[in-house]
Design a protein around this ligand. Structure first.
Ligand code: MF3
Ligand code: CO
Ligand code: CO
Length: 273
């Protein structure tokens, strides 16, 4: 099956091992990214106090099937679900299940789909019931940080410029950037070079070129940046139990900036509007 191949021969590799895709490949990424974003658009009504994360994941599984697409996460390194759902102090890779959402819980839903062999990977924040003030601030800063990172995406800039834009903004608001997880190249594979760090120094790291496809997916904590992984080997939490938020887009470098493959067709991104 085409999508289980994890080698790839399209385009060329840079000296840093980053694949440069062709102009025609943007359309494939756009279709995959759009489906992932449409699935996230449909999630808001499913997030409410009393709901389980497992029920949300089941609807995602159905939507992937209804679209004739494939979940990238089911079967990935033994993972069994079509999404990661990370509640409150869970930083990422929360496993959907019997957990019941309660009023004021914030959660990240992360979906990766494969459409015609192309991967679309995106996540957003949601709230069950009323959004607490502190959580709203965290979510806004995290979304702004992602968009500032994307603004730094253009040929000639470096990956360090992206990380610096995110880190400088987040820390100026006295929040912290998680170091233990990063964005990644993707395309016809789920995770490829480079590691896209959400912190860094301007002018460092590989130089961006048109045709690079990767995710930016900053995780921001209200407290300290350290994480630990629970005994299930997936769930990453903040060590100090502080709230954590994340947004993720899949992007491609164009001649003069970035194309965001996973923008919501409905213009949604915020948990309450
Ligand atoms: N979608 C996640 C990412 O942004 C990866 C999830 S892998 C899983 O890279 F197995 F935990 F689903
Ligand atoms: Co990702
Ligand atoms: Co993801």
């Amino acid at each position: 099956m085409e999508q289980t191949l994890n080698h790839e021969t399209r385009g060329r590799l840079t000296k840093d091992g980053i694949r440069i895709y062709d102009d025609a490949d943007f359309a494939g990424m756009h279709a995959a990214g759009r489906l992932a974003a449409e699935i996230l658009d449909a999630m808001a009504p499913l997030v409410f106090p009393g709901q389980t994360t497992g029920a949300i994941d089941r609807r995602i599984t159905e939507m992937v099937e209804e679209a004739g697409a494939t979940s990238a996460t089911i079967g990935y390194k033994g993972y069994k679900h079509a999404s990661c759902i990370s509640v409150n102090h869970v930083v990422c890779h929360g496993i959907p299940g019997d957990k019941v959402l309660k009023d004021g819980d914030i959660l990240n839903i992360d979906v990766t789909v494969i459409v015609d062999g192309w991967f679309g990977d995106t996540s957003r924040m949601y709230v069950a019931g009323k959004l607490p003030r502190k959580a709203e601030r965290l979510i806004e800063i995290t979304h702004n940080a992602l968009m500032l990172g994307i603004e730094a995406v253009k040929p000639g800039n470096t990956f360090g410029d992206i990380g610096h834009a995110i880190q400088g903004y987040v820390e100026s608001h006295r929040m912290s950037v998680v170091r233990d997880f990063c964005g990644h190249g993707l395309g016809r594979v789920f995770h490829a070079p480079p590691n896209v760090l959400h912190y860094g120094r301007p002018g460092t790291g590989a130089v961006l070129e048109p045709g690079m496809f990767f995710t930016i997916e900053p995780m921001v904590n209200l407290g300290r940046p350290e994480t630990k992984t629970l005994a299930d080997d997936w769930t990453a939490v903040t060590r100090d139990k502080s709230l954590s938020a994340q947004f993720e887009h899949s992007v491609g470098v164009t001649e003069d900036g970035a194309e965001i493959f996973t923008l919501s067709p409905a213009g949604k991104f915020h948990p309450t509007y």
